[in-house]
Design a binder for this molecule. Sequence first.
Ligand code: HSE
Length: 436
Amino acid sequence: MKAIQVGLLGIGTVGSGVFKVLKRNQEEIQRRAGRGIEITMVADLDTERARALVGDGVAVVGDAAQVIANPDIDIVIELIGGYGVARKLVMQAIDAGKHVVTANKALLAVHGTEIFEAAHRRGVMVAFEAAVAGGIPIIKALREGLTANRIQWIAGIINGTTNFILSEMRDKGLDFDVALKEAQRLGYAETDPTFDIEGVDAAHKATLMSAIAFGIPVQFDKAYVEGITKLGAQDIRYAEQLGYRIKLLGITKRTPVGIELRVHPSLVPTKRLIANVEGAMNAVMVQGDAVGTTLYYGKGAGSEPTASAVIADLVDITRLHTADAEHRVPHLAFQPDSMSNEPVLPMSEVVTSYYLRLRVADQAGVLAKVTGLLADAGISIDAMLQREAGEGEKQTDLILLTHDVREGTMNEVLTKMQKLPTVLAPITRIRKEELA
Ligand code: HSE
C-alpha cells in the first residue's frame, strides 16, 4: 500500500526529532502501522535550515498554506505553537480534510471546542498525545487504557521547568530567582519563562486531561492557575520537616457538586512516589474506580521524547485512516453527543487541606488566638511546628497543617488571622494533597 503522506509545519526541536525517529525506526513503524509513513513536505520560515535538516526528496516551503493545499498530504503535523498562526492553519487543514497531529496544548486548551467540532463535522482526526506530558502516553492511557473506569481524580507534575526549579531549591537551598537562572542556563526554561513559572503551561495540560477524564468541554478559562514564583526556600524546608515535598501539581477531580480544575504548588507526602519525581521529569497519577491508583512517569519535553508521542499519533491515524469516522476513538474520549455539562467549580468551592506559615510575635497567647480562629470556623489542625526563636529574637515562624476545609472558609479565616496585631507579615498559604 502507498505510504501515508505527512506534511510538517515547523521543524524546530520537536519537528527534527519526529523526522529523525521516523527515519531511524521506519521499518518497525511500518510493521506496526500497516503501511509506510513518510514526511514528504515541510514548511518552515527558515527554509535553508529546514532543507539542511531533511535533505533531498522532501519538499521544503516557506509558506505552510502550500502544505495544506497539497492534495497528496493526508496528515498535517502542527508544531508551530501559540494561538495565532497555528489556529488558522489547523482550521484550514481540517477544512481541507486533512487529519491533524499537534503538540500545541495552548491552542487546544483555549480553542479546543471549536477545533474538535470542526474536525468532527469534517470527519477528520485531531490527535494531541504530545500536548500533555511530552513522551508519556497519558492521553492514550486516559482515553483508551482506562476507558472502563469512572475516573475520580488526576494529579500531575506536568511542567518540567518548574519541577526542575523546585528540585534545585530543595536540593541546594536556592532561592527561586537563582534556581530559575540555573534552569535558563541549562536550557530548561525559556528566556521568557512566564507560561511555565506562572503555571499556565501546566493549566493548559490539566485542562485537556480534565476534558478527557470527565467528558466535559475544554475550559481553560475556568481553571485556577497559580505558579511557583512566590514560594520561599524556607517553606520547602519546613514542608520537609513535616514529611512533605512541594510540587507544582495540575489537579482535576470529580466531586458531587462539580469538577475541580486547578494548578498550584502543593505539599505532597514524601512517601508518595510522585513526591520523588525530581528534575525536569513529569509524572501523572490517575485514580480510577476499578483500577485504583496508577502512575505514569517519563520525560515531559525534549526532541525525541515528544517525537515519540507525535509518531504514536501518526501511527494511530494511519491505522484508522480508512475506518468509518463513527468508529474511531472520539477526540475527547466520550462521544461528542454524550458530553457532560458538569460545572467546573470556582476555587472558593474546592475542598483541600492547607499549610500555613505565620510570622508571629513570640509572646503568650499568640498561638491560642490563631488556633481559636481556626476552631471557630470548624477547621481542624493536623500538625504544627514552631521554629525556635533565635537568641534575643522577638519573632518566630509558626507552621500549621490543617485538615480538609472549603477554600472559601479558609479565605475568611485568613483575612481575620492576617489582622491580628501579633501576625507580623503576610501569611503564606500552600495547599496540601495527600493523594491517598
Ligand atoms: N515547557 C514545558 C515544560 C514543556 O517545562 O515542561 C512543554 O510544555
